[in-house]
Design a protein around this ligand. Structure first.
Ligand SMILES: O=c1ccn([C@@H]2O[C@H](COP(=O)(O)O)[C@@H](O)[C@H]2O)c(=O)[nH]1
Length: 224
């Protein structure tokens, strides 16, 4: 069975990115390339990583006016990513236009509330209610916009899935027991994320900063 783990390759260093991906490629289901990697290497870098043969999750978290996001998605289409992210707070029209511009089989998923934020952060940005309420609200908006799913923490995925059973649920902020949370505030273990209904888990530092990324990915895979 294909692993549900997408390893977050968060580095601007191409040699390191390829080395990590090559080492753990038999124990993960895909590679997640985000802002740090894309700003450093752009589309040629993504193509180079895709040559390793794993599905590519392009986590660019696009967030702008509908026309700008749609044009950006069009410009990325040749990369044919398996998964692409936009921010749900960009609004319904932005998400609709992003989905319309994406290749048919690319899953366009909306980031609801970053896993590095907690309830206090939400209040500080002027949003009332709990993380749970915010995620469920933005999940409904993403579904209405025709997206494929959302990104949320493992703490909200069960509620989001109950409201959207056919949605695709991406869960970052995943930490094996006793691993350092770092800047992540809404954290669950890999097992908890899967039990709650995650479609895929995004895991970065617990794998990429391990002495042996291959063993780390394998060990985490064994817990789910
Ligand atoms: O809410 C979100 C959305 C995306 N991410 C991304 O996932 C990885 C997590 O890396 P770790 O090292 O496992 O913390 C990273 O690339 C983020 O950009 C997220 O953490 N939370």
């Amino acid at each position: 069975m294909t692993s549900r783990i997408y390893v977050a390759i968060d580095t601007p260093d191409m040699a390191r990115a390829k080395a990590i991906a090559t080492r753990c490629k038999h124990h993960v289901g895909g590679l997640k390339l985000g802002l740090e990697f894309f700003v450093a290497h752009g589309q040629p870098g993504v193509r180079e990583m895709a040559e390793l043969g794993l599905p590519i999750f392009l986590d660019l978290k696009l967030h702008d006016i509908p026309n700008t996001v749609a044009k950006a998605v069009q410009a990325l289409s040749a990369l044919d990513p398996t998964i692409l992210t936009v921010h749900a707070s960009g609004g319904r029209a932005m998400m609709e236009d992003a989905k319309a511009a994406a290749p048919t089989h690319t899953k366009v998923v909306a980031v609801t509330m970053l896993t590095s934020l907690d309830a206090d952060d939400l209040t500080a940005t002027g949003v009332g209610g709990s993380a749970h309420d915010q995620v469920v609200r933005l999940a409904a908006l993403a579904e209405a916009a025709g997206l494929d799913g959302i990104v949320c923490s493992g703490a909200e995925v069960a509620a989001a899935k109950a409201a959207w059973p056919k949605g695709f649920f991406v869960v970052p902020g995943v930490r094996p027991a006793n691993a350092k949370a770092g800047d992540q505030k809404r954290v669950v273990t890999p097992r908890e994320a899967v039990d709650a209904g995650a479609s895929i888990l995004v895991i970065g530092r617990p794998i990429t900063q391990a002495e042996d990324p291959d063993s780390a990915a394998r060990a985490i895979g064994a817990t789910i």
